[in-house]
Write a protein that binds this ligand. Structure first.
Ligand code: PLP
Length: 387
C-alpha cells in the first residue's frame, strides 16, 4: 500500500505534539497551554451559540473577527487574515510564498524554493517545508539563543537574504528568549522575500513587533488565541500584514477554514481583554518567581519572555529529569536535538503548580544525591554539543 503514497509524504517526519494524556491529577507543563480558563463571558458566548445554527456554514471570511482585530491593531480588515490556529496560517504562508523544489530550476539552492528559519525555533517549520516540497535553510541562533545581527549573518554566509520565506519565532520558542523590535526591524529590512514573525508568545513579552507588519509590505506578524487567550481547543490564529499578501493567503485557504464556535469564542475574547491581561500578568509574575526558585536549587534558568522556561537541570541528565518528574505526575517537555538535549522546557502554570514542581525537583535532587553520594555535579552533555 505504501507505494500508493507520494514519495515526499512517505519520507515525512510528522510534527510531534506534546502528550495530551487523560490521567487524573497530572500537572501538565509540557505544551504551553494557559493554566487559567477562558473568561466566563467567552464560555457563555460559546454556550449561547450552540443551537440549531450548528447546521449552517459559518461566516467564510470570519468578517466580524477581522473587523475587531483591525480595530485592536489599528489597521484595516483587509490587513487581517484569520486561520484555523496560527499553525494553519504558517502552512498557508509556505504554500503562498514558496515554490516547491521540483518546480524550481536550480533545485535546493533556489531562493524561491527556500523556507528559512533559525535553530532552534518552532519545530513545526521543517515539517511545513518538507510537506510542501520546499528546501529548508536552518541557521543556528547564537549559543545563548539571541538573534544574530545582520552583519554576523552576512559574515556567516549560510543565511539567505533572498529566501522566499523567513520564519522567526519571536519571542523564541523553545528558549523563551525575547528579541527587540529594533533588531527584528534590521533583519526585516535586510530580507528581500517575505518575513513572517511568529508572535505566539508576544503577550507575555515586554516588547512586540506588530508595527513592523504595518510598516513593511513584506513583513507579516502571526498571532494566536491559543496561548495567552486560553483557547487552544478552538483553533483560532491570525496574520497581520499588507493587503496583497493577506489576499494571497485568502486565495488558497479552505472556504470555511475557521469553525463558527471558534469565531464566536475569539470575538468574545476581544470583548473581555482586561480579564486576560490580568492572567497574563499573573503568569509573568509566576514565571519570574519560579525561575528564581529553580536557580537557587541549582537549575540554570534562561531568561524568558514567554509562558515557559527553558532550564538546564543539575546532577541528572535532562532526559532522566523528564522521567523522574513524570513519575511524580508532572509533565514537562524534552527535545532530543543537539542544542536542547541538556534542557527541559517547563510551561509556567499556576502558583500551586509551580510549587508542586519545585517540591518534586527538591525530592528528585535529594534522592539522586543519596543514591550516588560521591558523584560530582554532572554537566557532561552541556554546551559541548552546541556549535
Ligand atoms: C503554539 C504555537 C503556534 C501555534 O498556535 P496555534 O494557534 O494553536 O496553531 C505557533 N507558533 C508557535 C511558536 C507556537 O508556540
Amino acid at each position: 500500500m505504501r507505494s500508493l503514497i507520494r514519495p515526499l509524504v512517505r519520507a515525512l517526519h510528522p510534527y510531534v505534539p506534546g502528550e495530551q494524556p487523560k490521567i487524573r491529577g497530572l500537572i501538565k507543563l509540557n505544551t504551553n497551554e494557559n493554566p487559567y480558563p477562558p473568561s466566563p463571558k467567552v464560555l457563555a458566548a460559546i454556550t449561547r451559540a450552540v443551537d440549531v445554527r450548528l447546521r449552517l456554514y459559518p461566516n467564510p471570511t470570519s468578517q466580524r473577527l477581522r473587523e475587531r482585530l483591525a480595530r485592536l491593531h489599528r489597521c484595516r480588515p483587509e490587513q487581517v487574515f484569520i486561520g484555523n490556529g496560527s499553525d494553519e496560517c504558517l502552512a498557508l504562508a509556505v504554500r503562498a510564498f514558496v515554490e516547491p523544489v521540483s518546480a524550481a530550476r536550480r533545485g535546493a539552492a533556489d531562493p524561491r524554493a527556500t523556507v528559512q528559519y533559525f535553530r532552534p525555533s518552532y519545530s513545526l517549520y521543517p515539517v511545513l517545508a518538507d510537506t510542501h516540497g520546499a528546501a529548508r535553510n536552518e541557521v543556528p541562533l547564537a549559543p545563548d539563543f539571541s538573534l544574530p545581527g545582520v552583519a554576523a549573518l552576512r559574515r556567516g554566509r549560510a543565511w539567505r537574504f533572498d529566501a522566499a520565506l523567513t520564519l522567526v519565532t519571536t519571542p523564541n520558542a523553545p528558549s523563551g528568549r525575547g528579541y527587540t523590535r529594533a533588531d527584528l526591524d534590521a533583519l526585516c529590512r535586510a530580507q528581500r522575500g517575505v518575513v513572517l514573525l511568529d508572535e505566539a508568545y508576544a503577550d507575555f513579552a515586554d516588547e512586540h513587533a506588530l508595527p513592523l507588519a504595518l510598516e513593511h509590505a513584506h513583513v507579516l506578524v502571526a498571532r494566536t488565541f491559543s496561548k495567552s487567550y486560553s483557547l487552544c481547543f478552538q483553533r483560532v490564529g491570525y496574520v497581520i500584514g499588507h493587503p496583497t499578501l493577506i489576499a494571497a493567503l485568502d486565495a488558497i485557504r479552505d472556504s470555511y477554514n475557521v469553525n463558527g464556535l471558534g469565531q464566536v469564542a475569539a470575538e468574545a475574547t476581544l470583548a473581555d481583554l482586561p480579564y486576560y491581561r490580568a492572567h497574563i500578568a499573573t503568569i509573568v509574575r509566576t514565571r519570574e518567581a519560579l525561575g528564581r526558585t529553580l536557580a537557587t536549587i541549582g537549575f540554570e534558568v534562561l531568561p524568558s519572555q514567554t509562558n515557559f522556561l527553558l532550564v538546564r537541570p543539575p546532577v541528572l541528565a535532562a532526559r532522566t529529569w523528564l522521567e523522574r518528574l513524570r513519575d511524580r505526575r508532572i509533565l514537562v517537555r524534552w527535545f532530543d536535538t543537539p542544542e536542547l538535549r541538556d534542557a527541559l522546557r517547563i510551561t509556567v502554570g499556576t502558583d500551586r503548580e509551580a510549587a508542586a514542581l519545585v517540591r518534586a525537583a527538591r525530592q528528585i535532587l535529594r534522592d539522586a544525591r543519596r543514591s550516588v553520594p560521591a558523584t560530582p555535579v554532572r554537566r557532561a552533555t552541556r554546551g559541548r554539543a552546541r556549535r
